[in-house]
Design a protein. Sequence first.
Length: 636
Amino acid sequence: MVDEAHCISQWGHDFRPDYTRLGEMAQKLGIKQICAFTATATPRVRDDIKTQLRRPEMDVVVTGFARPNLSLMVEECSKKDKKLEKIRELLEDRKPTIIYCSTRKAVEEVMDGLSIRGYHGGMSDRDRNDAQDYFLYDSNPVLAATNAFGMGIDRADIRQVIHYNFPGAIEAYYQEVGRAGRDGEQSTCVLLFSFADRYTHEFLIDLNNPDEAMIRSTWLTLVNMCKRTGENYFEMTLGELAEMIPKAKGEQQLSGVMKELEKKNYIRRGFRQENTGKMGFAKSREQLLADFPTPKTQRAIFIHRFLERHGDTMMNGAMIEISYYQMCSITGLKPEQVKRVVNALKGDQVLWEPPFSGRSFEVLSDGALDIDFSGLKKRRDSEVERLDEMISYVQTRDCRQDYLIKYFGADDSSWRCGTCDRCQPASGTGGEYRRLSEVETKQVLRLMEAVENFSGYLGLSKIAMLVTGSRDASIVGSRLKDSDHYGCLDMMDQSHIRELLQSLEGKGLVKRTKDKYPVLKITTMGSEFIERPKALELMVPSKKKRIKREPSRAIEAIQRKQKIEGGDLYEELRQLRNELAKRDDVEPWLVLSNAALKALEDGKPVDLDGFRKIKGVGDYRAARYGKDFLELIASK
């Protein structure tokens, strides 16, 4: 049985390279049947799990991702103080709560800011055990923790999961919120969102996915170290190694480099628990037994067990090499206990030279690198894509659980949770989820054509200003005012358009990406919709957002200008467009835009291929209207 099977796939959110050998080992051992379990695998990850396990014919059983008892919410909090203030508000009604943080520093920030208990990997074993016991046995515990907390925590009545920082992948988010309400009772999951958290994730992605230049530079440094010293085994911290490598950004980036070199068998890294120190006795056997006559304390147990096991080999200044792990095996004490005992006995009863505190490494080759760097880039792009999906989840205008269900490969568009901040009217969204009317579909199509025309150049607010005919200096003082899209939806106000764009983003028709500034881009699904419009279900903003119905003077001026600038052929093309629009009972711009008519006048295509290449035409319009327009052009 393989648990947490998403770790096998490099497209999973918690990839463990060693796990990819499970399929190989199963074949060598002749294991005939394998069951793999995970709660967070997309269709792509499920296929990769079968490939990595070398079981392409494995049956896949998906039991469903919906959790109707979880109310999912997102609160935008741009600053630390706002986040802490919101958490205080959520904790007024005391209930079992986990507050997930992305880093140890963030955990301590929440602990200090709210005077609550915490859990992270930098704490001692004792403190972590105390935190776990507190969370398990207190009636209403509240704990700030990194995402490692929750694994194996068997508490079914967690009523609230709060994300202080948003996770870098939907899979991680779904796994963490899934720890709430396992008893089936209603529970709340609140994600506190700040765009600054996105930049933190991008920074971590860069560190964990080093580029080709950094990997080659590190390898050259290691090879030169071997030649210079005549050794291939080194006890050196990553911080010390980073100082020797040009442009290295520190330990974390170098950790990513060393992982890649180890995966390809260029190096072998040791584990801290394997590192050995040197230990001997500072007194004779008689003196030690006089100090600790019976093994009743941890120190006495330590002395008696080592005398039994090693005796004279540790006397008179003689020392043995030994690791903390071996000490635990001999004494029966836990690692933290062993370290405390050794420090207490050091100098008086025990001679002790502690082991190297970092991870040693051994260079296994001195040849040229043979690494698929394109594969590494593909993996990095996959992590960025997962981060973009998480941002889209935050910004969706649709039911949040519906978004998650579709992300994991299920599609039940008829089901909505009814409890998330998008489904509840009281959440302040000011809209409803429903099928668009014919008029609304045409408006959405016009809006998406504007996004497509400026794809990757304008942000959400600028698009809203453009299509509503804004008289802001940044619009009227630029070429945007001369665009065919200027004022095309001036019967709506900008806030309505912004909410509509967010709904389209949640539907996957447009996406927001960060170049220097966040900009909107049309997606593949969006392009398909533009080419072949169809009925659409969407979170529709409240009608109160709409403030006027008649075309503005601005749009009338643009139409007059376009009419004047066109020639005789342009006018005939426009008249033909109006006739075709009347025939199909659609608005003229749904047949062809003014810009497309002008391009037809200038280019005068002679066949369907040429007509199809005109911007704004595409396959659908070419098939439906191409013959009529080409006949008119040919007659001139």
